[in-house]
Design a protein around this ligand. Structure first.
Ligand SMILES: CC(C)(COP(=O)(O)OP(=O)(O)OC[C@H]1O[C@@H](n2cnc3c(N)ncnc32)[C@H](O)[C@@H]1OP(=O)(O)O)[C@@H](O)C(=O)NCCC(=O)NCCS
Length: 165
């Protein structure tokens, strides 16, 4: 990742930054996410705070300007499974290695939490994101979900955490 890009773990107080990034992501790449701009707009500060605890969020910054994010959380039924969610990098920083840094931070967090499996859902049409995840050891599980609202297909990918990519 080129300087001066940095990744840091978001903390209470970062709610407005997270909100602005999510709204930017939903505006720039609406087809990449299961959520909608309207849904994110309606979230309260308390809602966003749950992205820091019990969830985790990493922020990508370019010389201090927020330019991307990734979020994580434990599966409600199996805490050994963690989800990778809300991945977004500003178009100007795509192909820079910034996305790799975000995924790496997420996986390091997951291992630190003692998780054994990382899981995500990606739109079937999102070849670029799929390629990124494959590079980090994620593989398609064959499970897919057709969204009732618009018929779009989400593919599940998983990556065991006890081995390198
Ligand atoms: C998904 C995202 C985070 C990936 O970050 P990125 O910096 O673009 O990723 P990279 O360029 O490092 O890697 C993407 C891979 O896709 C390839 N790629 C680039 N454009 C592509 C395209 N149009 N179609 C298919 N693959 C493409 C790249 O060559 C690279 O593959 P490689 O490892 O074989 O070289 C970023 O594109 C993004 O924020 N997209 C919008 C939001 C989104 O889709 N989020 C994911 C939700 S699941």
């Amino acid at each position: 990742m080129r300087e001066p890009l940095t990744v840091r773990r978001a903390a209470p107080g970062d709610e407005p930054i997270l909100r602005a990034l999510r709204l930017e992501a939903l505006t720039e790449a609406p087809d990449a996410f299961a959520s909608t701009y309207e849904r994110e707009l309606a979230r309260t500060t308390a809602d966003w705070r749950r992205w820091f605890s019990p969830g985790v969020t990493f922020l990508l910054e370019d010389a201090g300007t927020p330019r991307g994010l990734v979020a994580g959380m434990h599966d409600a039924e199996d805490p050994g499974v963690v989800y990778l969610m809300a991945m977004w990098v500003h178009p100007a920083l795509r192909g820079s290695g910034a996305a790799d840094a975000l995924v790496a931070e997420h996986l390091a967090w997951a291992r630190g939490e003692g998780a054994w499996l990382a899981r995500l859902d990606v739109m079937a049409t999102n070849a670029r994101a799929r390629r990124l995840y494959e590079r980090h050891g994620f593989r398609l599980t064959g499970q897919e979900k057709v969204r009732e609202a618009d018929g779009r297909v989400e593919l599940r990918m998983e990556r065991p955490l006890d081995s390198a990519a």
